[in-house]
Design a protein around this ligand. Structure first.
Ligand code: CP3
Length: 346
């Protein structure tokens, strides 16, 4: 393997043959690693996301430690919102908190378009990383319009997304205008990462699983489609992964929105995900992150099953069904990487 273009991750995303099943973990950088906790001790989350040397070091930590098949840029879905001037913070143990929620048409004025010049630090972080990573691909990412809108409208994390849904149904025109703006911001953020060398991108619609299929199709899908289509047009060589949690009923529309790879959480088997998406897409997933706390024997059994199911898919990238939990033993993650590589060797 000489370049990220020939890496197992990019090849699997394109449904080409691979020497072994590629594996990485959502939230592989973060609090499960003592070296991450040490480096973040005196630096705020958003500050660390905007300091290229810190971003590069934190992004590389899990690659060095676990030998995963990809790095994912250390950043956050709210970084581009911060870059356009929105007043927000990431509160430890809580998540993104927005000082003044976006609920009226006049609030859109606080959400201008994202120009690439507003995120020179992201370009620099990606440049540093691509130089260090060699043949290991870097995954860039952005939040999808619905998940970003949920934080903006609710003002922070939400269990029921009631204000978001009230806006979606109460003022569909304002909702569409808000999501169109967020789609521009997400697309611009992804393009900066791809322009500087990211080899794949993931669109995180983490909370889309809270929507009915009808609402997803009518109020959300067109905006996510705009992001994915924009990337397909400007960077056709960069595979697109589309992920959400609890999206068993949405897998087909999310894949058809313009993805190469559909993210699958642990609630749906990979075999069912392949069937629901017509066998046309690579799949990513889907070990339950809580199983990393179980004894090795049942964990190993489950990892082997997932690898086996993945072999029947058009392409498979091994991952968790959602992010690494902060109290996960990192040695278990390393062992899972070794096991996936060992049992999937072609
Ligand atoms: O390793 C990686 O996966 C890359 C880094 C990454 C972070 N956030 C770092 C982070 C990625 C891909 C994200 C995306 C993100 N951010 C999503 C989509 C992914 C998902 O989990 O569904 C969402 C919904 C957010 C919003 C957000 N930011 C949440 C819910 C939290 C957790 C709050 C907490 O403290 O539990 C954050 C903060 C955050 N983003 C942390 C990290 C490592 C924790 C901050 C810390 O270490 O203090």
């Amino acid at each position: 393997m000489t370049s990220p273009v020939d890496s197992p991750l990019v090849r699997a995303a394109r449904r080409q043959d691979v020497p072994h099943t590629p594996v990485w973990f959502m939230r592989q950088a973060g609090r499960s690693l003592p070296e991450y906790r040490a480096i973040r001790q005196d630096v705020g989350m958003l500050e660390s996301c905007r300091t290229p040397e810190l971003v590069a070091e934190i992004t590389l930590q899990p690659v060095r430690r676990h030998g995963v098949d990809a790095a994912i840029l250390f950043s956050d879905i709210v970084v581009p919102l911060m870059a356009v001037g929105l007043d927000l913070d990431i509160v430890a143990g809580v998540g993104p908190v927005v000082a003044e929620p976006v609920r009226a048409r006049s609030d859109l004025d606080r959400l201008p378009e994202l120009a690439p010049e507003a995120v020179p630090d992201i370009a620099e972080s990606v440049r540093l990383l691509v130089a260090e990573l060699g043949a290991t691909p870097l995954i860039g990412f952005a939040g999808a319009p619905f998940t970003l809108a949920s934080y903006l409208v609710e003002g922070g994390p939400s269990k029921n997304h009631e204000r978001t849904k009230a806006l979606m149904h109460g003022d569909p025109q304002l909702w569409d205008d808000l999501c169109a703006r967020l789609a521009q911001i997400s697309l611009a953020f992804l393009r900066v990462q791809a322009d500087h060398g990211a080899s794949a991108v993931q669109l995180f619609d983490s909370w889309a699983g809270h929507l009915s299929r009808a609402d997803y199709l009518r109020h959300v899908e067109p905006h996510s489609r705009a992001v994915l289509a924009g990337m397909a047009q400007s960077h056709p060589e960069v595979p697109r992964i589309h992920f959400g949690v609890g999206t068993g009923e949405l897998l087909a529309p999310m894949a058809d929105a313009g993805a190469d790879v559909i993210g699958v959480d642990y609630r749906v088997s990979l075999a069912d995900a392949v069937e629901r998406t017509g066998g046309r897409y690579a799949v990513q997933g889907n070990l339950d992150p809580a199983l990393l706390f179980a004894p090795w024997e049942p964990l190993e059994r489950r990892v082997r099953e997932i690898v086996e199911e993945g072999r029947a898919a058009p392409g498979h990238i091994f991952n968790l069904g959602h992010g690494v939990l902060p109290t996960t033993d990192p040695d278990v993650l390393t062992r899972v990487v070794e096991l996936v590589h060992e049992v999937s060797v072609r």
